[in-house]
Design a protein. Structure first.
Length: 316
């Protein structure tokens, strides 16, 4: 079927409501974002023979409806909100309302044919919740540590006590995360593969398994682009701008940065690569991003080939 002939549903998701626009027939509807509304949505989309359903990632409000639609057999794409905003600006759609947003999302689905995203199963969602909570507690610990360096007197005791509590909670989450990964033989096998790479610990491995289920299923260029580590050109005429990275899964990229910092110290391949880039005059940040991309593509090859880390493994 030609892309423009597809029946595409665009959904603007909020905590309470689902605003839906269906193209090309132009039908619009609004349903509650609850079990009954999601069930009714599935029936309406089936009646309209929807080929594709597109929605933005909205911090978790989209999870229930996306999961239900995937279970019902729909092709579902959950896309980065920035892509939708950029598309709206490019097409001159500056007005904003929930209904207009749904129409923009549907039009985006028609024009772009976004990637169909694999949604995590219940076990993966539980582990993802642990990882999200861990990130929150780590951020709190950083904030409290920064405050500790600025205050004097009685408040220091209170802040120190809070930091100690945060560290205990983070340690408990680390235990729960490790236990969760050990439940599934398939996850355990992948975890052992990833952790054979010097520089990858349990948190990095867990995050990759939960937040990047495509690892091992894509080629090296596609996996780098998915995480936001593929450099994009910024050229015009004879001007050649600096290449830059953006978009992708920022929380995965943040964790890879920390893992790469460790790998530069412990992994001879990454360390040699980093030192070679620095000897050529590359800035630290540029060298780090290149090392992150190399590390990600190696991990991708390891999972794809079911091969533990060896210095000679080639990204594919």
């Amino acid at each position: 079927m030609n892309k423009k002939e597809q029946v595409v549903g665009g959904i603007d998701v909020s905590k309470a409501m689902l605003d839906i626009a269906v193209l090309p027939n132009g039908e619009v509807l609004q349903l509650p974002n609850d079990a009954s509304g999601i069930e009714e949505l599935g029936k309406r989309l089936q009646a309209l023979a929807a080929d594709l359903v597109v929605m933005e990632a909205t911090g978790g409000y989209e999870t229930a409806v996306a999961s239900a639609l995937v279970a019902s057999g729909f092709r579902v794409a959950v896309v980065n909100p920035r892509q939708i905003r950029d598309f709206a600006k490019a097409t001159g759609r500056l007005a904003k309302s929930d209904r207009i947003d749904a129409q923009v999302i549907a039009t985006f689905g028609q024009a772009i044919e976004p990637e169909i995203v694999r949604l995590p199963d219940e076990e993966a969602r539980e582990l993802e919740a642990l990882l999200v909570r861990r990130r929150q507690l780590v951020a709190m610990r950083v904030q409290e540590s920064n405050r500790l360096s600025l205050v004097q007197g009685a408040m220091r005791k209170s802040i120190k006590a809070h930091i100690e509590w945060l560290e205990k909670e983070i340690a408990k989450l680390d235990i729960d995360l490790t236990a969760g990964l050990r439940k599934s033989p398939a996850w355990r096998a992948k975890d052992e593969l990833l952790r054979s790479f010097k520089g990858v610990g349990p948190i990095t491995s867990g995050t990759l398994l939960v937040a990047l289920p495509e690892l091992g299923q894509l080629d090296r260029r596609a996996i780098a682009a998915l995480v936001g580590l593929a450099p994009f050109n910024c050229d015009s005429g004879i001007m050649r701008g600096r290449r830059s990275i953006y978009g992708g899964r920022s929380h995965v990229r943040t964790l890879l940065y920390m893992a790469t910092t460790t790998a530069i110290r412990r992994n001879p391949v990454i360390r040699t690569f980093y030192e070679r880039l620095k000897s050529r005059g590359k800035p630290h940040k540029v060298a780090m991003v290149a090392c992150m991309r190399k590390m990600l593509t190696i991990l991708n090859a390891m999972v794809r080939q079911s091969t533990p880390w060896t210095p000679g493994i080639r990204p594919v």
